[in-house]
Design a protein around this ligand. Sequence first.
Ligand SMILES: [Zn+2]
Length: 146
Amino acid sequence: MPRGVYVRTEATRKAMSERMRGRIMSPERRRKISLAMQGRVLSPETRQKISEAQSQRGREGTRGEKAWNWKEEDVGYSALHRWVRKNFAKTGICQEYDRNVGSKTQAGTHWACIGHEYTRKREAWRELCPRCHRAFDALEKGSNRA
Ligand SMILES: [Zn+2]
C-alpha cells in the first residue's frame, strides 16, 4: 500500500501504541525519527497535544494513580506504608483513647492497619500511639495467628 493512503483506525493506533509502550528506542532510530521530523510543520492542535503531554511529565500525571508502577491491590508492605504516611494526614491523636500525643512524627503516632488488610482505604487504618500500636498488634497476632 502506498504511503499516506492507508488510514489508521483507532484500533490500529491503539495496537501500535501498545506495542511501542515501554520500549526503548535505539539512539540510531531516535536520530532517524528526529531527522524525518525536521522541517515539518505541526498543526497548532498537534503542538497543543504535545505540550499537554509533556507538561504532565514529572507532575501529577505520572504520580499516584497514573504512575506506571501503580498497583491497585497487593501493594508491597513497605511501599504501602510509605504511601499511607504521605497521603493520610496525621492528627497526633491516638484513636484508641482519643488521647492527644502532641506529635505527628513516628515517635508520636503510627498508622496501624486494621485486620492487617493492607489496602489504601482510609478506613482500614488507625492512628495509634506507639503503646496502643504495640498492644493492638499483639492482640491482632493473638486472634489471627494464635
Ligand atoms: Zn494510644
